[in-house]
Design a protein around this ligand. Structure first.
Ligand code: C5P
Length: 225
């Protein structure tokens, strides 16, 4: 199927304690965001890709991919959801239709494989809502009490970790995100906005190593591979 991509990349990444936004840290000779973009640029059916960046970002223009005609730069916003909304607006300006599929993927998730991307696209191409790559929780979960001691152990078989890409129709996603933001709902990914709007996104099992680089040890883990 044909699809558009939005890459939110306007975060500060303070938990990395680095001298630059985390998507510009090096991994095997190139920066994280270059690895992240590769997978989408290699997939037939890509209609266009928008990268949402801080207006102050001076790292992006020097990358080779900044001149790729398939990639457009948009401004990020205060929260991730604001950045994604700006990206969706840019897609409309590029000629995207309300019914087109949009895949939203974290800039700081550089280890997405082409096979996971294809599984997502093929599984959801005829779905009425869309969905996301996700991984069943492997470890036993503990609910913490206010005193830092275990209050209970929930049934882990019901829990999944939400990964990206997350794939929804442009119009439905924009409505869900903007309505949820106006209502003050807590929105940490696109699926949570769709859920807030009454939809049930489909969970598509992906690889556990499609991790988001959040802390320095995440990058060390990817560099060792
Ligand atoms: O901070 P976190 O790791 O959850 O961010 C996930 C992704 O969302 C990152 O790629 C980050 O750059 C992006 N983001 C954004 N705009 C914000 C906050 C985060 O584009 N205001």
């Amino acid at each position: 199927p044909s699809f558009w991509v939005v890459i939110p990349a306007a975060g500060v990444g303070s938990r990395m304690r680095a001298d630059r936004p985390k998507q510009y840290l090096p991994l095997n000779g190139r920066c994280l965001i270059e690895h992240t973009l590769d997978c989408f640029l290699d997939q037939p059916g890509l209609s266009g890709l928008v990268v949402c960046l801080s207006p102050l970002d001076e790292w992006w223009p020097v990358l080779a991919c900044a001149t790729d005609s398939r990639i457009t730069r948009a401004d990020g916003g205060d929260e991730r959801a604001d950045s994604v909304l700006n990206g969706l607006q840019a897609l409309t300006s590029l000629g995207a239709d309300e019914r087109d599929w949009v895949l939203v993927h974290d800039a700081a998730r550089p280890n997405l494989t082409l096979s996971d991307l294809q599984i997502l696209l093929i599984t959801l191409q005829n779905d009425s809502v869309g969905g996301l790559l996700a991984v069943p929780v492997r470890d036993t979960l503990k609910l913490a009490g206010p005193d830092g001691r275990v209050s209970s152990t929930p049934d882990r078989s019901l829990f999944w970790q939400a990964y990206t890409p997350q794939m929804f129709r442009l119009g439905a996603l924009r409505t869900a995100l903007s309505d949820a933001l106006v209502a003050g709902a807590v929105i940490t990914d696109e699926a949570s906005a769709m859920e807030w709007a009454g939809h049930s996104p489909r969970l598509v099992e992906g690889r556990a190593d499609n991790i988001k680089v959040t802390r320095p040890e995440d990058l060390e883990f990817l560099r060792r591979r």
